[in-house]
Design a protein around this ligand. Structure first.
Ligand SMILES: [Zn+2]
Ligand SMILES: [Zn+2]
Length: 341
C-alpha cells in the first residue's frame, strides 16, 4: 500500500509499504479520509519521542474509512461498513480507569498511521472506540470525531453555567470547537486570536466578541468586556504557550475557572501570584485527551449538525501531497486539511 512515513524531523516520504492484516479481534480499515492535526505538525517538525520510537514510522491519527477485512473473533462489524476510529482506548483495569479517570489510563493504547491506504485497528480500540458512521455524515466529517472528543471533554470539565462569560484564547481548530461548544452550553463567548482569518472563523462558530491580540492586550480587553471589569467566569487556553496560560489566569474573575487546555512543551513554567489561588479562590484545571463517552458524544454532535465539521476543513489534498498540507497548516492559512489516499 501507499503511505507517508516519518523518517526524521522534516523528512517524511510518500512510498510503498507493507499492507497490514487484521489479527485476532482486529479490523482492517481502508482509509477514505484523514485530517491533519497540530500534533502531526509537531511530529513532522520535531519528531515525537513517544509515538516515533522506531523510524521509519507511520503517523497521523484522525481517520475514517470502510472495513476491508475482519480479524478472527470480530462479530459486531462487517466488511464494507463505514467506520470512524478514535486514536486510543483505555484499559479499564488500571488504578486510574477503576477510579473513572480514563484519560489518565496507565496502559492506554494509541493508534497511529492515518496517512496510509489501510490501517489495522487494534482489538481494544475495535472493542471500545470504533464506531459506525451515521448516514449523512461524510468520511472527512467523521474524521473530526477524535479532536472534537477532546474539546467535548474540555467543555464538560469547565463548569459553564447558562449566561456565563467564557473566553477562549486561540482560535485554531481546537479553539473554534471550544468556542462552538461553549455557545451550546449557553455562554457568551469572547474569542481571542492574533490571526484575522481565524477571528472571522470564530465569529462564524458563534463568538459574540472578538479580541485581536495583535492589537489589544487580551487581559485588559477581556476584562473590559465583563461587568465592572471583574473578568471572565471561565477562561480556556487553547494555544499551549506559557504566556497565554498566564493571560488566561489573569483574565479570570475571583472564584472563576481557568482551563489550561493547550499542552505546553514539557519543562516550561508559569508564574502565578499565590493570592489569586487562595484569596481569589481561582479554580485552575488541565484537561487531557478524551474517553469513549466523549468520542460518542462528538460523533453525535457532528451527525446532528451541531458542529460544522466542513467549516473547519479548509483544504483537501491527495496523500502524496501531505507535506504541502502540513506546511499549509504551519503557515496559518489552513485550519484542517483532509488528506485523501
Ligand atoms: Zn489530533
Ligand atoms: Zn487504564
Amino acid at each position: 500500500m501507499k503511505a507517508v512515513l516519518f523518517y526524521a524531523p522534516g523528512d517524511i516520504r510518500y512510498e510503498e509499504t507493507a499492507r497490514p492484516t487484521a489479527g485476532p479481534g482486529e479490523v482492517l480499515v481502508e482509509i477514505k479520509a484523514a485530517l491533519t492535526c497540530g500534533t502531526d505538525l509537531k511530529t513532522y517538525r520535531r519528531g515525537h519521542p513517544l509515538l516515533m520510537k522506531k523510524t521509519p514510522a507511520l503517523f497521523g491519527h484522525e481517520l475514517a474509512g470502510v472495513i476491508a477485512e475482519l480479524g478472527p473473533g470480530v462479530e459486531r462489524f462487517s466488511v464494507g461498513q463505514r467506520v470512524v476510529a478514535a486514536n486510543s482506548a483505555p484499559c479499564g483495569r488500571c488504578f486510574y480507569c477503576r477510579r473513572g479517570h480514563l484519560s489518565m489510563c496507565e496502559e492506554i493504547e494509541f493508534l497511529n498511521g492515518a496517512y496510509a491506504e489501510f490501517i489495522a485497528i487494534p482489538a481494544r480500540i475495535v472493542e471500545k472506540n470504533l464506531l459506525p458512521i451515521p448516514e449523512g455524515v461524510s468520511f472527512r466529517q467523521a474524521a473530526l470525531t477524535e479532536p472534537l472528543a477532546c474539546t467535548v471533554h474540555g467543555i464538560e470539565r469547565s463548569n459553564i453555567l447558562l449566561g456565563d462569560i467564557v473566553c477562549v484564547i486561540g482560535q485554531g481548530p481546537i479553539g473554534l470547537m471550544l468556542t462552538r461548544l461553549a455557545k451550546l452550553r449557553g455562554a457568551r463567548v469572547i474569542a481571542v486570536d492574533l490571526n484575522p482569518f481565524r477571528l472571522e472563523k470564530a465569529r462564524r462558530f458563534g463568538a459574540d466578541e472578538l479580541v485581536d491580540a495583535a492589537i489589544a492586550d487580551p487581559v485588559e480587553a477581556v476584562r473590559g468586556l465583563t461587568p465592572g471589569g471583574r473578568g471572565a467566569d471561565v477562561a480556556i487556553e487553547a494555544v499551549g504557550l506559557p504566556d497565554t496560560w498566564e493571560q488566561a489566569i489573569a483574565m479570570t474573575r475571583p472564584a472563576g475557572l481557568v482551563n489550561l487546555f493547550g499542552g505546553c512543551k514539557s519543562g516550561t513554567h508559569i508564574q502565578i501570584d499565590t493570592r489569586r489561588i487562595h484569596y481569589d479562590e481561582l479554580h485552575i484545571i488541565g484537561v487531557f485527551h478524551h474517553t469513549p463517552r466523549h468520542v460518542r458524544a462528538a460523533l453525535s454532535l457532528i451527525s446532528s449538525g451541531q458542529i460544522d465539521a466542513d467549516g473547519l476543513i479548509t483544504h483537501e489534498v491527495g496523500l502524496e501531497r501531505l507535506e504541502q498540507a502540513l506546511q499549509l497548516v504551519a503557515s496559518g492559512d489552513a485550519l484542517k486539511v483532509a488528506v485523501i489516499p
